[in-house]
Write a protein that binds this ligand. Structure first.
Ligand code: NI
Ligand code: MN
Length: 239
């Protein structure tokens, strides 16, 4: 069983297997996607399903571009309602809880310690429900995108229950876990492969991913392999 994971940049990932899944579509204003030469047009027609972790701009910027052309979008109830009210034709609202399947892709939403809103031009936030992470099972490969999150102890439960093969973890600090927290998160979840994200997009979240890799590899409680994937690069996950 194998899937191909492509890092679009920031927290945006493409998973390609029997279906093509795009997580957290942030492309147009994503400096890492721009640098990698990944355009919205190159993705619009190939994505079967869009999966969203939470409502922040850097996770849903391009959701409506997919939604208005009919690509199914899964998100927490409030995010799904918001997108549907703004022209998305096929949304599936869910919540943190148990496994379900959309378009042949199995997934389960998990907690995340963060926030979830869109800020209007006048500075008022639009409430968009809870933040979340998601475990996606595509062709038997389980990918845990933690969403934007702080470290929390129940990541142990997520590891125990869902046994992710791959963990996509933020290391940027400021808005999410930094490197020390992410190292502990990998220890809690125990994936086979950990891949850092949500860093170096802008100067305030500058981090050296090699420090994360070294710290995970030196942690005697973990035997996860850390793969640093650059924006625009892909990694084949074969189990
Ligand atoms: Ni966020
Ligand atoms: Mn974010």
């Amino acid at each position: 069983m194998g899937v191909k994971l492509t890092f679009v940049g920031h927290a945006t990932w493409l998973i390609e297997g029997s279906k093509t899944v795009l997580i957290d579509p942030f492309i147009t204003s994503n400096p890492q996607a721009q640098e990698a030469g990944i355009t919205l047009d190159s993705l619009l027609d190939k994505v079967d399903l869009v999966v969203i972790t939470h409502g922040h701009f850097d996770h849903i910027e391009n959701a409506l571009d997919f939604g208005r052309k009919g690509t199914p979008i899964v998100g927490l109830f409030e995010v799904a309602q918001y997108l549907a009210a703004n022209g998305a034709k096929n949304t599936v609202g869910c919540n943190i809880g148990g496994w379900f399947e959309v378009e042949g892709v199995k997934m389960v939403y998990t907690p995340a310690v963060h926030s979830s809103s869109l800020i209007k031009d006048n500075g008022e936030p639009i409430y968009l429900g809870n933040p979340a992470g998601v475990v996606i099972d595509l062709d038997g490969v389980r990918v845990y995108h933690t969403g934007d999150t702080a470290l929390f102890g129940d990541m142990k439960l997520i590891g125990e229950l869902y046994r992710p093969d791959v963990m996509l973890t933020p290391i940027g600090s400021l808005f999410t876990m930094g490197i020390p927290e992410a190292v502990k998160a990998v220890e809690f979840v125990k994936p086979k492969i950990a891949i850092p994200m949500h860093y170096n997009t802008w100067p305030p979240i500058a981090q050296n991913p090699e420090e994360f890799k070294k710290a995970v590899e030196e942690n005697p409680c973990v035997d996860a392999q850390v793969i640093i994937v650059k924006p625009g690069e892909s990694v084949e996950i074969n189990l």
